[in-house]
Ligand binder design. Structure first.
Ligand code: HEC
Length: 149
């Protein structure tokens, strides 16, 4: 028995293919670790820097390390929206431009976001498993932030 493909399914398939053509400019500034990067404000230990780069910089910096499935829509649109909102609140590449008051507020906020497991967002770590923070990594970050608050 031959099954007919329903028009709604065809329409969805067409839509899925059509949105693949929407690929906004990549959030990648070749000059990673620019002059305003947080790494220029403090002497950040290598292990802390590595965790920040892997777990936070994809959204909170001018450099996103995209994986291949980030380019498949609608994942790309979700990432774009995350990056836009994340950088508005906290951009590690722009840290040097922040006032002392803002830096202090953000350091406290970073600690809280990690402690409550709100960052990195679970919706993101679901597909980007390497960005997940294990207990040790969370502690390393929290301890480092605590020593600069
Ligand atoms: C998938 C993207 C993504 C990743 C990865 C990510 N964040 Fe976020 N972050 C956001 C978004 C989006 C917001 C804005 C608030 C919201 O919409 O939830 C935010 C908000 C924050 C805030 C609140 C800033 C404020 O104004 O108080 C802090 C702090 C923060 N993130 C820290 C981190 C840290 C630390 C990491 C890494 C351990 C991280 N984030 C990883 C997307 C991300």
């Amino acid at each position: 028995m031959r099954r007919k493909i329903k028009p709604a399914v065809l329409a969805l398939l067409f839509l899925f293919i059509a949105i693949q053509f929407y690929q906004p400019a990549r959030n990648s500034n070749k000059e990673q670790g620019g002059t305003m990067d947080i790494a220029r404000s403090y002497n950040i230990p290598a292990d802390v820097k590595k965790i920040l780069h892997i777990s936070c910089y994809d959204c909170h910096s001018s450099n996103t390390n995209h994986v291949w499935y980030d380019y498949i829509q609608p994942v790309r649109m979700m990432m774009e929206s995350h990056i836009k909102r994340a950088r508005k609140d906290l951009d590690f590449s722009e840290w040097g431009t922040y006032s002392n008051r803002k830096k202090e507020r953000l350091l406290t906020s970073i600690k809280k976001q990690i402690e409550t497991k709100e960052m990195p967002p679970p919706s993101y770590t679901l597909m980007h498993k390497n960005a997940r923070l294990n207990k040790m990594q969370a502690k390393v970050l929290i301890d480092w932030v605590g020593s600069h608050e």
